[in-house]
Design a protein around this ligand. Structure first.
Ligand code: NAD
Length: 487
């Protein structure tokens, strides 16, 4: 078990207020201790990022690319040491920890090593300008150039700590920004490990700093600090709103990746193959990190003609999943992150039951002790007004609801305050494409839950503001500067 300091200006700093324990969600044992960073210590980290800003922003992009590539190399080389820690602090199954927590993080650093070399100048056509009082007429040339924003505060959610942070830090560093990271309280240890790893990769001291805390204080201090130019946030809509309010006061740039309540719409033309992929897609809410992912298709909206068939298919799917210790290779469903999150999820299930919805699978706490387990739960016959059908649960819970025509499907799908990721399952992909235009959602998957790494990622409505992903992330972490000059 390791006791960590915060990582500031290229060194571990002992926290003035001490530490708090990080608990393994499966064993309930303490994995390590993270620092309780005070506002003064957050300010030190911001000062380090400010001091490093000028130097890093003026590095040759090839140098930034080389450092990011080396980070990817080191992360890949160290996966043997880091994956067990990552697994223990997140409670992810071994398969998820290896292939979906660490591998995509390496890929993201590699991607943004290339990103550092993408053109940062947008040439514009010359424009004739008429003579006026201040200057004679002439042909004006112009270009827009991407410049770093400055010091970026990266505040992330639990669930995929290193991948989430890599999706922010990779493009932020590629564009010449410096960073203060504030990972989630529940699983920050691997993010702290990134400090010395980045240093070893050649990142100058102060360009990347990490602070943590068991409560909201460290994040609040980072958002309020006048030396921070941008907040890149991944987390719940409620916290995002608070951050946006504070950040707005000092006109900080914000990138907000918030909650979701994805709808998977199954149209009546779905043939056996499409139905099978729809059931597998919705089943991912149970089989992938116990439903703790923002893009989860947690609402299955099924044409009435296929409704009972899909309910039965999902019931079978849920029943076949092995719940157990995440380090057992046969386990598909591991624990939730904490007792608090398990209790929250159970309260949603109890609420749905009380309101008359049908619990088709799961619904009770599995017998395993210790650990924060919830059985894969399928709730049928819920109405769109019920909390379980409207609010983000962030656990292994699926709600299935029937519809009679496309208008009704669209109405239900758009009927929450979220708009992050929806899915359409149809034998006619042209019809699904047309239906996507009616969905108020930042992303729509047609007959798949697979993602494409180059697409812009973000939400409509209360699911977020701005986009990252692929080259769009490079745009998110830069400001456009216009340059004009006469011919
Ligand atoms: P959360 O909002 O509770 O916490 C997220 C982060 O914000 C944590 O680091 C937390 O310490 C910090 N924080 C809390 N209060 C703060 C404040 N007042 N000021 C500054 N920082 C503060 O979210 P969570 O429970 O960690 O994660 C689950 C949520 O994250 C879900 O809503 C999920 O949909 C969302 N999420 C979204 C995406 C996306 O890309 N859209 C990805 C993953 C998770």
């Amino acid at each position: 078990m390791t006791t960590y300091g915060h990582w500031t200006a290229g060194a571990w700093r002992a926290p003035e207020k001490g530490h708090y324990p990080i608990v393994n969600p499966a064993t309930e044992e303490v994995v390590g201790e993270a620092p309780e960073s005070t506002p003064a210590e957050v300010a030190d980290a911001v000062a380090a990022a400010q001091a490093a800003r000028s130097g890093w922003s003026r590095t040759d992009p090839r140098e930034r690319a080389a450092v990011l590539d080396r980070i990817a190399d080191l992360l890949s080389e160290r996966r043997g040491e880091l994956v067990p820690l990552l697994q223990a602090e997140t409670g992810a199954t071994l398969c998820v920890a290896k292939s979906l927590q660490m591998t995509p993080a390496v890929d993201r650093f590699r991607r943004y090593a290339r990103g550092a070399l993408e053109p940062d100048v947008v040439p514009l056509a010359p424009s004739p300008v008429p003579a006026g009082p201040p200057a004679p007429g002439g042909l004006m040339n112009a270009a827009a150039v991407r410049r770093p924003v400055g010091v970026v505060g990266c505040i992330t959610s639990y669930n995929f700590p290193v991948v989430n942070l890599a999706g922010k830090v990779g493009p932020a560093l590629a564009m010449g920004n410096t960073v203060v990271a504030k990972p989630a309280p529940q699983d920050p240890l691997c993010c702290l490990e990134l400090g010395p790893l980045f240093q070893e990769a050649g990142l100058p001291d102060g360009v990347f700093n990490v602070v943590t805390g068991s409560g909201a204080d460290a994040g609040e201090a980072l958002v309020a600090h006048p030396g921070v130019d941008m907040i890149s946030f991944t987390g719940s809509t409620g916290v995002g709103r608070k951050i946006a309010e504070t950040a707005g006061r000092s006109m900080k740039r914000t990138l907000m990746e918030l909650g979701g309540k994805g709808a998977a719409i199954v149209l009546e033309d779905a043939d056996d193959k499409v139905l099978e992929s729809a059931i597998g897609a919705v089943g991912s809410v149970w089989s992938f990190h116990s439903g703790q992912f923002c893009t989860a298709p947690t609402r299955a909206l099924v044409h009435r003609s296929l409704y009972e068939r899909v309910v039965t298919g999902l019931q079978r799917y849920a029943g076949a999943l092995t719940i157990g210790s995440p380090v057992d290779n046969s386990t598909i469903v591991g624990p939730l992150i904490s007792a608090a999150q398990r209790d929250r999820v159970e309260a949603y299930i109890a609420g749905a039951r009380d309101q008359g919805a049908r619990i088709v699978a799961g619904g009770s706490r599995p017998a395993m002790r210790p650990g924060f387990y919830v059985a894969p739960t399928l709730i049928a016959d819920a109405t769109p007004e019920m909390a379980v059908a409207r609010e983000e649960i962030f656990g292994p819970v699926v709600v299935v609801m029937p519809f009679d025509d496309e208008d009704e499907a669209v109405r239900i799908a758009n009927g929450t305050s979220y708009g992050l990721y929806d899915y359409v399952f149809s034998a006619d992909t042209g019809r699904a494409w047309a239906l996507a235009a009616r969905l108020h959602s930042g992303n729509v998957g047609i007959n798949t839950v697979r993602r494409h790494p180059e697409t812009p990622f973000g939400g409509f409505k209360k699911s977020g503001i701005g986009r990252d992903g692929g080259s769009f992330a490079l745009h998110a972490y830069s400001e456009l500067q216009s340059l004009v000059w006469p011919s």
